[in-house]
Design a protein around this ligand. Structure first.
Ligand code: PMV
Length: 323
């Protein structure tokens, strides 16, 4: 089989309304919907090339890929109907911390699907593309598109994606406040399953659709404050699940809490914005363009904050043939 030399760029997405929990582990069907925004410069670049020496090489961030991740790529190749022993060079690089709760699985998963399609000349329908990407990671289909994306599980076991127009008057930024170095200790995959031991799990699932619909409506009615309030509430409900599982798992560190306190104080003093957090200790702050400088100044000086990455809505994924 000839491999078309391929390079794909995708962007990590951050959820405003969170996916947490699986209805079906084998198909990776989420138990709840979600709403996200893909962000630049949080990009992943994945290349697939014909191997010069007949060997198969997998790399992550320019180093040999960890065995477990390599197995995930090979399983995905099989799922796409491609011979997973084919000699090829598969190189993926995240231009932001990997496996740290910054959604590298989302951009990585979307990049993998688009790269397989191009490199192996597959002709997938949109529904097939979404289903295969979902199997790689529950948040990854959202990185197939730009802008606000809602992912909604359907009764027939599939998911539907809906793009929601960005209000033209909004010039959104997301500040990623990095509060630790290194990778997270608990994968979201394991912690989600473990969260079923929380007494609040069923309430989370049954209440969730209301949050998602209200957040979509807040975007459509250009009600930024309402969207921020819903995002913070939904985030804290999500974090309540691992925190109240048995035994408890939590993702926050002391700096995470100091950042949350600073956000509360800054809002009391008149800044507008809202926070969210994923399966890691970092905090993400959504705000308007005119408040970026003030927020960055206040959040960078919180003791323990390592850096603040200023992000903006990302362009659509880019698929290229490498010469
Ligand atoms: O797609 P996964 O398995 O990495 O899970 C993502 C879970 C959260 O980032 C915490 C929430 C979300 O909707 O992105």
């Amino acid at each position: 089989m000839t491999i078309r030399p391929t390079k794909v760029t995708t962007y990590a997405n951050i959820a405003l309304i969170k996916y947490w929990g699986k209805a079906d582990v084998s198909s990776n069907l989420p138990a709840v919907g979600s709403l996200s925004l893909a962000l630049s410069p949080l990009k992943t670049v994945t290349e697939i090339l014909q191997s010069d020496n007949g060997l198969q090489t997998f790399s992550l961030n320019r180093k040999p890929m960890p065995e477990a991740m390599q197995v995930r790529v090979q399983n995905a190749l099989n799922d796409f109907g491609v011979d997973s022993s084919l000699p090829m060079t598969f190189a993926t690089e995240n231009f932001f911390p990997t496996a740290a709760g910054l959604a590298s699985s989302a951009s990585g998963g979307a990049a993998m699907t688009l790269a397989f399609e191009q490199a192996f000349d597959l002709h997938l329908t949109e529904a097939e593309r979404i289903a295969k990407t979902l199997k790689i990671s529950g948040s990854a289909p959202r990185s197939l598109y730009q802008g606000f994306v809602a992912l909604k599980p359907q009764a027939n076991g599939t998911v539907e994606l809906e793009q929601i127009d960005m209000p033209t008057s909004w010039n959104l930024h997301v500040l990623v406040i990095v509060t630790a170095q290194g990778e997270k200790k608990n994968s979201s995959r394991d912690a989600m399953e473990h969260s079923k031991t929380s007494p609040f799990y069923n309430a989370w699932v049954s209440e969730h659709a209301k949050d998602l619909e209200a957040a979509i409506e807040a975007i459509q009615t250009e009600d930024f404050d309402q969207l921020m309030q819903l995002m913070e509430w939904n985030t804290l409900k999500m974090h309540a699940l691992p925190t109240t599982s048995n035994p408890a798992v939590w993702y926050w560190n002391a700096t995470t809490l100091k950042v949350l306190e600073q956000i509360r104080e800054s809002k009391e003093q008149g800044l507008t914005g809202g926070f969210t957090m994923d399966a890691g200790p970092h905090v993400k702050l959504f705000c308007h363009d005119q408040d970026v400088t003030a927020w960055t100044k206040q959040l960078s000086q919180v003791p323990g904050v390592l850096r603040v990455i200023d992000c903006q809505p990302a362009p659509a994924p880019i698929v290229e043939i490498v010469e």
